[in-house]
Structure formats: structure tokens, C-alpha cells
Design a protein. Sequence first.
Length: 237
Amino acid sequence: MSQPPYNMGLLAFGDNGWGDELFFATLMTLAVAITAMFIGFIFSLIFTPLKITNNKILNFIGNFYTTVIRGVPELLVIYLFFFGGSAAVMFVGKIFGYDGYIEINAFITGAFSIGIISGAYSTEVFRGAIQSIDKGQFEACKVLGLNKYIYSFKIVIPQMLRLAIPNLNNVWQITLKDTSLISVTGLVEIMRQSYIAAGSTRDPLFFYSFAALLYLILTFFSMKIFNKLEQNYNRGF
């Protein structure tokens, strides 16, 4: 039986290759990205209403969040939460009499920091989608005296999602690629595992190229899913 090329042998599963490590690193990347996207969605639900309200104070808070987070480099946000988060938790611990060192889990730090970034972009996406809905429909809801539940969940949100899905696809791609930045926290995702494998085998070109291929595969299938969602929400239009 012919032996596989040397480089491809590095991807073997088991003790002789890095295939299983890269597989679990890919799962970790997906776990962080999905968790961050969910956290970002929660943040967008909070700050989108603030962005479109007529209350100047609340509007300022919403604009401050999206402007600062989008204006600061993603890596800096991760550093702030990775180092500042532990400091904040230890400060609270000292209030209750605990003087030991507290380190926040790298997964929580990474998912939360990327989630805040994702939330800022998602907020702008939802704001633009809501403002793109025909104003006549809002006026019709008021004239008909519809309650807030029907007004929000039956009229606004379905149309908002139809308009937002294409741009949410872009937010997901950004979130997925931003997971590579949390390798600085020590969390073993695709980029971190590729770095470890490259250092161990002294073959960085192969492993970084394979990491790029993994990201492209994840991106490709993500686009397929979002395109399917877009088609379903655009039925009848």
C-alpha cells in the first residue's frame, strides 16, 4: 500500500498526526462563533430600540455602544475583557473578603468579547432593517389599534428579519473569522491549534494553509444556510 504524502500524513488521526486535534479545534471555533452570535443577538435586542427611540439619552447610549465597539480594534476588545474581566471579578471578590486570584474561563471571555462586537454590528443591521420598513405600515398599526405584541411580533419582526438576513450573513462571517483572535487567550480553536502544530512540526505553511481551508469550508456552508434562509423569508416578494 502506498504511503500518503508526508504533509498529508500530518493530518492523520491518532498519535501520528494532528487530524483529531484540528477536528476538535474546528468544533471549538464553531462553538465560540455560535455562542458569540447568540450573545450579540441579545445585545442587539437591547440596543436596537435605543438606536431608533426619540429619547435623546437612550439614543445616546445606543449610539455610544455601536460607535465605540465598531471603532475599537477587535483584538483590543478581547484584551480588555481578558485582562480587565479578571480584574473586575477580583475587585468584586475583595469586597466580599476574597483576596485570591480569579481567572475567567477563556471560552467565556472569548465568546462574550466577540459577542459584544457581533452585537454592535447586528444592532446596526436591525436598525437599518426596521427603518427600511414602509412607514405606512406603522401608521396602519396605530390606526387599527393593534396591541404591542401583534405590532412587534406579527408585523415588524418578520419584515425586519427578511431585510436583515443578508447583512446578518456578513455579521456571522465577521464573527466566525474573529474567533481566530481569541487564540491570544490560550483557547485552542483552529488558529491556536494550527500555531501549536506548526511549531511542533516546523511546517507552518502547511498548517496555516490548512487552517485557511477550514475557515473557507465553514464560510461556504454558512453562506449556503443563510442563502436558504433568505429564500424562505423572501417567498412572495
